[in-house]
Design a protein around this ligand. Structure first.
Ligand SMILES: [Zn+2]
Length: 90
């Protein structure tokens, strides 16, 4: 099974943040963003769903749904305490 196939399998079962996937594959997040982008295109007619990232300090929700990377800073309160976006296939 290729890594992309395994990502598809994992995300079909439960939701994962990029960091959790990176831990699972013992790689870094940057290395996975390309795979996720590819997975997103290859799973048609299924969809890559995501729970948006949010600021754990003020509750600000990041609504930029097309971005894969987790934002590093809250635009409202400047906190860097961000709960990562989680991906799922459905
Ligand atoms: Zn905030």
């Amino acid at each position: 099974m290729t890594r992309r196939e395994e990502i598809i399998k994992l995300l079909s079962e439960q939701s994962f943040s990029l960091q959790q996937l990176a831990n699972h594959f013992k790689t870094d997040v940057a290395d996975l963003t390309e795979d996720i982008a590819h997975v997103k295109l290859s799973i048609h007619p299924l969809k890559l769903l995501s729970d948006p990232a949010f600021c754990k300090k003020c509750g600000y929700v990041f609504q930029e749904r097309n971005k894969i990377k987790t934002p590093s800073k809250c635009p409202r309160c400047k906190s860097e305490w961000i709960e990562a976006q989680k991906f799922k296939i459905g």
